[in-house]
Design a protein around this ligand. Structure first.
Ligand SMILES: NC(=O)c1ccc[n+]([C@@H]2O[C@H](COP(=O)([O-])OP(=O)(O)OC[C@H]3O[C@@H](n4cnc5c(N)ncnc54)[C@H](OP(=O)(O)O)[C@@H]3O)[C@@H](O)[C@H]2O)c1
Length: 333
């Protein structure tokens, strides 16, 4: 029997991973916070270990006897991509220090494979598109910096003998998405939706089950040891494509009004002064870095995962959205 430990098992990615790992020949252990909602894990063959990002003894207990560790727990927030200063200490305690403790415990326990979920936010936003894994790393957000620091820890432990693999997803969406899709669905229900440059800027959206597949394949392939893999869609996606998919799936959608990026950039300093004190998150969006993020193309090169792991995403944007909406409607999210 192979034992797999999943951190973040109550989150979007971790919960789908648990669903996938509950298969013959595998036993699944979940590391969850005492405050986590574990209702989806109850009554299933999942061993639960309670602990937090800084409870070393619980972390060691969670790792003991595990062959595979999938580290998906992380601190992110809706404004994380735009928060350059790092207003929360959780970027460090959850994203960096927790990863360090988990790596130390995994090395000590003789874990066979350690799969770390990083993010595309570690890349330089001015990197060439499509962005390959060897592109320059220069995160602009505190979130991205914390994910890069955690990656560096994974590489340091790799050098000490722990077989690590790093996965860098674009925007993950699907059932149990806490941030991105709920916000997008609110926008999709508006009659009129202003989008910068008509929402045509590239933004990689990847259905959660495709990320799970990639992580699983990486955990099984010898070639993936010590490697980094992007996790993105087959075809480039954009907010406009998402709204188009929403219209195809539901038969309705907002009328998109294109707002030229130049106009937004000119108005941003004024808007920032106006709303910044009330909504610090919005101020981040309107900051020079936020505007750069919203007006650049973000698209991952998937050729490494395709060539080495045989990766082919199963879900187009339309299929992923349809699946999510169906499951939300059926109460099976
Ligand atoms: N969502 C995306 O678009 C995206 C894109 C790229 C990379 N990623 C990365 O992918 C991973 C999974 O993302 P997600 O969207 O599934 O996030 P999520 O739904 O917010 O889930 C985060 C998980 O981490 C757990 N967690 C948070 N703080 C913790 C702590 N102090 N101790 C133990 N567990 C803690 C949460 O527990 P609770 O249930 O108790 O809150 C939850 O299980 C993260 O590492 C994220 O950085 C996400």
């Amino acid at each position: 029997m192979t034992r797999a430990l999943v951190t973040g098992a109550t989150g979007m990615l971790g919960s789908h991973l648990v669903d996938r790992l509950l298969a013959p020949g595998l036993t699944v252990r979940a590391y969850v916070r005492p405050v986590s909602d574990i209702s989806r894990l109850k009554g299933r063959s999942v061993e639960i270990v309670f602990g937090d990002a800084d409870t070393e003894e619980a972390i060691r207990r969670a790792v003991a006897g595990a062959d595979l560790v999938f580290h998906t727990a992380g601190y992110l927030s809706p404004d994380a991509p735009f928060d350059t200063e790092g207003r929360s200490p959780l970027y460090r305690t959850v994203n960096v220090d927790f990863t360090a403790s988990l790596l130390a415990a995994s090395l000590e326990a003789g874990v066979r494979r350690f799969i770390y979920t990083s993010s595309n936010s570690v890349y330089d936003i001015e990197a060439d598109v499509p962005t390959g894994e060897d592109a320059p790393l220069r995160p602009v957000s505190a979130y991205g910096r914390s994910k890069l620091e955690a990656e560096e820890l994974v590489r340091a432990y790799q050098a000490r003998g722990l077989n690590g693999t790093i996965i860098r997803p674009g925007v993950i969406y699907g059932p149990r998405d806490r941030y991105f899709l709920p916000a997008m669905l609110r926008l999709a229900r508006l009659p009129l939706l202003p989008l910068i440059d008509g929402g045509t800027r590239l933004l990689d959206m990847i259905y959660v089950e495709d990320v799970v597949t990639l992580m699983w394949e990486a955990s099984q392939a010898e070639v993936a040891v010590g490697k980094v893999y992007n996790a993105g869609p087959e075809e480039p996606t954009s907010l406009r494509a998402l709204m188009d998919a929403y219209r195809k799936v539901t038969g309705r959608g907002p009328r998109i009004v294109s707002v030229p990026s130049g106009m937004v950039k000119r108005a941003a300093p004024f808007l920032r002064r106006l709303i910044g004190p009330l909504f610090p998150g919005a101020a981040g969006v309107l900051s020079p870095v936020g505007l750069k993020l919203l007006t650049c193309d973000l698209h991952l090169d998937m050729s490494r995962a395709r060539a080495e792991l045989g990766y082919r995403p199963r879900f187009s944007l339309e299929q992923g959205l349809a699946e999510t909406l169906n499951r939300l409607k059926g109460g099976k999210a």
